[in-house]
Design a protein around this ligand. Structure first.
Ligand SMILES: *Cc1c(COP(=O)(O)O)cnc(C)c1O
Length: 501
């Protein structure tokens, strides 16, 4: 079912009280027309889909005053021509958006483009449900599986997920599910080990879950093999591929059933807001007896669980994010190349103990990542003419020194922003042990591989030479070199005294 009102314009000659049938027929025509447009878009290259999404000139002219960009529908609800149309709409028999907790035209455009990008060049058809955040997307993707089986009401449920996950996901799994709801998180420590995955699955397992690559440790697993394993047990594989974005990796193509995106990050690079999405293929695997959910997970999620739970995105954020997505491929290319340059620089630096970047050949997962992470359409790019690997812009490095010295280096950055963020158009860095991964404790950080001297760095769209010189200056602190001050009042190594006065 579609969620945008794309009927023929109201015809004044049409009498009222036409009956619901009239609307259902009109709805079918509108849906056929709209579906055909989406099919045409599906034939386009990735950049064209990212730029135009599912919004067409015809739709602009007929319904949106000719607006060449998707309008922001700041409206809670939709009005209907008469009670017949309302009845047909609210029984979901015609395209409608009803009420903005369930759907909204602006949100629909956002969902449409993400569904096409995640299923690009892939035989499967995908649906998408927008959420207010990446965490709401994780919750929306996993909760429908964590339900009691009426045939086994007392069984203790479990799910199998890698332990190298984003800090918020770690907390959601460890505290909200495992601790508070008694749903066991069976942690996979070495996600390359298929036997470890398999040994944790039993008849009460509901899904397999992993992050690819993981934030911040850049763990990577063989997605095709883990998907096959999941399907052997009739379970869905859910993958968070926020760090890669669909420009570098599309898990559905390799057998994943559901993809989670924290759209907040690289897709919504400007940093105006928080956004998320669940993208799923049709006919997913699951040992739950719910044919509607399996046939169209996103349609089901949108109309039922998310309608009732309300984790929806605002139309304003949807359109702001959608506008950034148009350039995702070119940005991921430039940011990946810049990150590679910075990683090489750091790799040769005497004050750096270790650099973690999947793009570096000495990274233990480099070969595996190289089988999966490609710049989409690079073979059709005049510049490259062949498939080229790109590894994204998440990297980390460990300072050769104490935790205090690591903080001194971090505090000396003048151009790289100190923020618990990534995917920004501006370079940002954080110390995960005291920020994103603080709450999971020493032990949780140990198994996730996050020591206190690790700085996570996400290179933005600046010229990489300027980022390198900022890092060079910051690492120079370890030689006792003064920090070159960007403004006279600023004293690095602590809060600005001038500002505090
Ligand atoms: C940031 C992040 C999330 C959470 O997304 P929000 O939009 O901040 O809620 C989930 N997964 C990964 C990999 C992330 O980086």
């Amino acid at each position: 079912m579609l969620f945008v009102n794309i009927f023929e314009k109201t015809n004044p000659e049409n009498p009222m009280n036409k009956g619901t049938d009239f609307y259902i027929k009109a709805g079918q025509r509108a849906m056929a027309w709209h579906k055909a447009h989406i099919e045409r878009m599906r034939q386009c290259r990735f950049d064209t889909i990212a730029v135009h999404g599912i919004y067409s000139m015809q739709e602009a002219l007929d319904f949106n005053q000719g607006s060449i960009v998707e309008p922001v529908y700041m409206s809670t609800s939709q009005t209907y021509r008469d009670s017949d149309e309302m009845e047909a709409a609210l029984s979901y028999q015609i395209p409608t958006w009803c009420y903005a907790r369930i759907a909204n035209p602006s949100v629909y455009y956002y969902e449409g483009v993400l569904a096409l990008l995640e299923s690009y060049n892939c035989s499967v058809e995908a649906g998408c449900v927008a959420t207010a955040s990446g965490m709401a997307a994780v919750q929306s993707a996993v909760d429908p599986f964590l339900i009691v089986d009426p045939r086994k009401p007392n069984a203790k449920l479990n799910f199998v997920a890698t332990c190298q996950v984003y800090g918020g996901t770690f907390q959601q799994f460890a505290i909200r599910k495992d601790h508070e709801k008694n749903i066991e998180w069976r942690k996979v420590i070495n996600s390359l080990d298929l036997n470890e995955w398999e040994s944790k699955i039993d008849e009460n397992t509901r899904f397999l879950y992993g992050e690819l690559p993981s934030n911040p440790s850049q763990a990577f697993f063989d997605i095709k093999k883990v998907a096959d394993l999941a399907h052997k047990y009739n379970l869905p594989l859910i993958v968070d591929s926020t760090v890669a974005t669909p420009a570098l990796l599309r898990p559905l193509e390799y057998g994943a059933d559901i993809v989670v995106q924290s759209v907040t990050k690289s897709l919504f690079t400007s940093g105006f807001g928080i956004a998320g999405a669940v993208i799923a293929k049709k006919d997913i695997a699951s040992n739950i007896d719910n044919p509607a959910m399996k046939a169209d997970f996103c349609g089901y999620l949108k109309l039922l669980p998310n309608r009732d739970n309300g984790p929806n995105i605002s139309p304003m954020n949807a359109i702001l994010a959608l506008n950034d997505m148009r350039t995702i491929r070119a940005r991921m290319d430039v940011m990946s190349r810049s990150t590679m340059k910075v990683a090489h620089y750091l790799n040769n630096h005497r004050h750096v103990e270790h650099v973690d970047y999947l793009g570096l050949e000495n990274h233990s997962l480099h070969k595996l990542a190289s089988e999966y992470m490609f710049l989409v359409d690079s073979e059709h790019d005049e510049l490259y003419g062949e498939k080229v690997n790109r590894y994204g812009h998440l990297m980390s490095f460990r300072v050769k020194g104490s935790i205090r010295q690591t903080r001194d280096v971090f505090d000396a950055f003048q151009r790289i922003w100190r923020a618990t963020d990534l995917g920004r158009i501006k370079s940002v860095a954080t110390i995960p042990a005291i920020s994103t991964h603080q709450q999971q404790g020493e032990e949780g950080r140990k198994i996730a591989g996050i020591p206190g001297n690790l700085i996570r760095l996400c290179v933005g769209m600046e010229h990489p030479d300027d980022i390198i010189s900022d890092i060079e200056m910051a690492l120079g602190v370890l030689d006792g070199k003064p920090v070159s001050k960007s403004s006279p009042e600023y004293s690095a190594g602590g809060a600005s005294s001038a500002l505090l006065k």
